[in-house]
Design a protein around this ligand. Structure first.
Ligand code: CP
Length: 308
């Protein structure tokens, strides 16, 4: 049994195997209805709990559909409707759930909640997003890049905007998959310095460039995310918008990247804030492939967690 808690704490060979398996599973079911079962049913007889303490569209639906395609059953649980939201400890919740289900996916606020769930659960736990990281999203993004452009190793990835939880997992992926990473954004929204240093120690370039046009020069992939994350106070909205407006991904900024550079956004997006609709709907955008690939990547993650 293996927990999938973060990309930087998962063996690179295992990450590579998951991406390759995700791609093979995607290829194998091309043309099938979404509700059709996969030929292999490794989750048959297994129950998956999907716990959400924050809103979700992609994570909720892709895990639910993915588990069913693999033959499993699912239950979607809202944290606020559980005793978890009314004072029962994470440790007790983890031990109880482990008596009912074979796998737990949790989307929560504090990373400490995820880690405590993993410590006390006797079944695998998957990180479906915390305030600090979002590893499932970046597994889907690596799959998406490689489907379109081949190996991501050695490529230049530029993150523009807020150095948030999705950015953090991209930095983790840089070290594990071997691509160079540039962050461009205001100093107050820098990613954790430790994450950048960890990537550098794994042999890749991880740098900050304050000028977005210089940052994007020669990029193979340009990525951004919403300017105000789910855990940020809404009172920060106006200040964030003023700070981040220069880092908007628009056609002029994309023109600085390589002509075949891809554009990614994990969604949900605030169109014409962090990225213009012209870019989001343009020829370099793969945002809906990213959303689809959550399904395929997470099926591989669930299989790896269960060793099946
Ligand atoms: N990208 C992502 O995690 O989407 P949801 O918040 O809709 O799950």
């Amino acid at each position: 049994m293996s927990h999938f808690l973060d990309i930087n704490t998962t063996d690179p060979a295992a990450l590579r195997a998951m991406i390759d398996q995700a791609r093979a599973m995607k290829d194998a079911r091309r043309g099938q209805p979404k509700g059709a079962s996969d030929a292999d049913q490794p989750l048959a007889g297994r129950m998956v709990a999907l716990i959400f303490e924050k809103p979700s569209t992609r994570t909720r639906v892709s895990f639910d559909v993915g588990a069913r395609q693999l033959g499993g059953q699912t239950m979607v649980l809202s944290g606020s409707d559980m005793q978890l939201g009314h004072g029962e400890t994470i440790a007790d919740t983890a031990r109880v759930l482990s008596r009912y289900v074979d796998l737990i996916m949790i989307r929560t606020f504090e990373e400490a909640t995820l880690l405590e769930m993993a410590e006390y659960a006797s079944v695998p736990v998957i990180n479906g997003l915390t305030n600090r990281t979002h590893p499932c999203q970046i597994m889907a993004d690596v799959l998406t890049y490689e489907e379109h452009r081949g190996p991501i190793r050695g490529r230049k990835v530029v993150w523009t905007g807020d150095g948030n939880n999705v950015c953090a997992s991209f930095i983790h992926a840089a070290g594990q998959f071997g691509f160079d990473f540039t962050f461009t954004g205001p100093p107050t929204l820098d990613p954790e310095p430790g994450f950048m240093e960890e990537a550098r120690q794994k042999g890749v370039t991880a740098v900050i460039e304050r000028d977005p046009a210089k940052a994007v020069d020669g990029a193979d992939l340009v990525v951004t995310d919403t300017w105000v994350s789910m855990h940020d106070p809404q009172s920060a909205r106006e200040r964030r918008h003023n700070q981040l407006r220069p880092y908007q991904v628009n056609e002029a900024l994309m023109a600085r990247a390589k002509p075949d550079a891809l554009f990614m956004h994990c969604l949900p997006a605030h169109r014409d804030d962090e990225a213009t609709s012209a870019v989001m709907d343009g020829p370099n955008s793969v945002i809906f492939d990213e959303a689809e690939n959550r399904l395929h990547a997470q099926k591989a993650i669930m299989r790896w967690c269960l060793g099946i």
